[in-house]
Design a protein around this ligand. Structure first.
Ligand SMILES: O=C(O)c1cc(=O)[nH]c(=O)n1[C@@H]1O[C@H](COP(=O)(O)O)[C@@H](O)[C@H]1O
Length: 283
């Protein structure tokens, strides 16, 4: 039996639960706001409260590796435990770690991320293509082999990304357009519906970026920038209409600010899940 792809597993969960992807970003600020110590115990309590609030309602969780790495190796032990806890609730895990290096090094990173017995065994992770999309080809292949997805930053949610991502190359395409075309080709190579190459496309982007969305074809689209970075669910249609079923709307701080009370977190989570569902259904 072949491993179902991330795209297939996401489609099922998004229909049953919602397409919303919760960002797990235990920054120093949010730990302080929740009256938790800035220690691995604080980190662990923070994640448990969110896992309690999410129960079996969440399709995808996206821990931000940086906030675990800042606690050193013990922070990574917490991360592994948290991934396991969400996995047990049937939630897909997407590690936000934005890896990007030469091909041979990328292969070692991919080995740490994807597959049973790997260090993290996540369902998806984030990558950057500044060293060339070709350097990520084997990572995408490894993701495919394990039913995972490699989300590559195409247009980020932050304004600082513009000069790099919209720079025009010798063939007249912007860097973002070229990366989008390359991701579509990697997905075409993987066969229909497998879609191991996803794209990060900020929800904060202007309508001009629709062209980039179209170039991505059927790729899954992770859309950060909702909430604290100023975009709202009402911004999704102008960039992603017609592509609703590909979108994973994601937010961290606008949910986390409701904590530490679990009931308040549940409410904030549902306040993000409901419009995500409505968008997916084209409502
Ligand atoms: O890959 C990401 O998730 C990501 C890409 C991007 O373009 N912008 C962006 O903010 N993110 C991540 O999304 C999280 C911030 O989410 P908010 O707290 O909702 O603003 C951080 O962990 C960022 O690293």
């Amino acid at each position: 039996m072949t491993t179902p792809s991330f795209a297939q597993r996401f489609a099922k969960l998004a229909d049953e639960r919602s397409p919303f992807c919760l960002g797990l970003d235990p920054s120093r600020d949010v730990l302080a706001r929740w009256n938790l110590p800035d220690t691995t115990q604080g980190l662990s309590d923070f994640c448990d409260r969110l896992a309690d609030a999410a129960g079996e309602t969440l399709a995808v969780v996206k821990p931000q590796s940086a906030f675990f790495e800042r606690h050193g190796p013990e922070g990574l032990v917490v991360l592994q435990r948290v991934l396991q806890r969400f996995r047990a609730a049937g939630t897909l895990t997407l590690l936000d770690v934005k890896r990007g290096d030469i091909g041979s090094t990328m292969d070692a990173y991919a080995e740490s991320l994807f597959g049973r017995g790997s260090a993290y065994d996540v369902d998806a992770a984030t990558f950057t293509a500044y060293l060339g999309l070709g350097a990520l080809a084997k990572t995408v292949e490894r993701a495919r082999a394990h039913g995972a997805c490699a989300f590559v930053v195409v247009r980020s949610s932050n304004p600082e990304g513009v000069p790099v991502q919209n720079a025009v190359g010798g063939d007249g395409r912007t860097v973002a357009q070229a990366v989008a075309d390359g991701l579509r080709e990697l997905n075409e190579k993987a066969g229909p519906g497998v879609l191991p190459a996803g794209a990060v496309m900020g929800a904060t982007l202007p309508p001009a970026d629709r062209d980039v969305v179209e170039r991505l074809g059927n790729a899954l689209l992770l859309t950060p920038g909702i909430g604290s970075q100023g975009a709202g669910f009402s911004d999704l249609p102008k960039l992603f209409s017609g592509r609703e079923r590909q979108v994973l709307p994601t937010a961290a701080r606008s949910v986390l600010e409701a904590g530490p009370d679990v009931a308040a977190l549940k409410k904030a989570l549902e306040a993000h899940q409901a419009p995500s569902r409505a968008f997916r259904e084209g409502a």
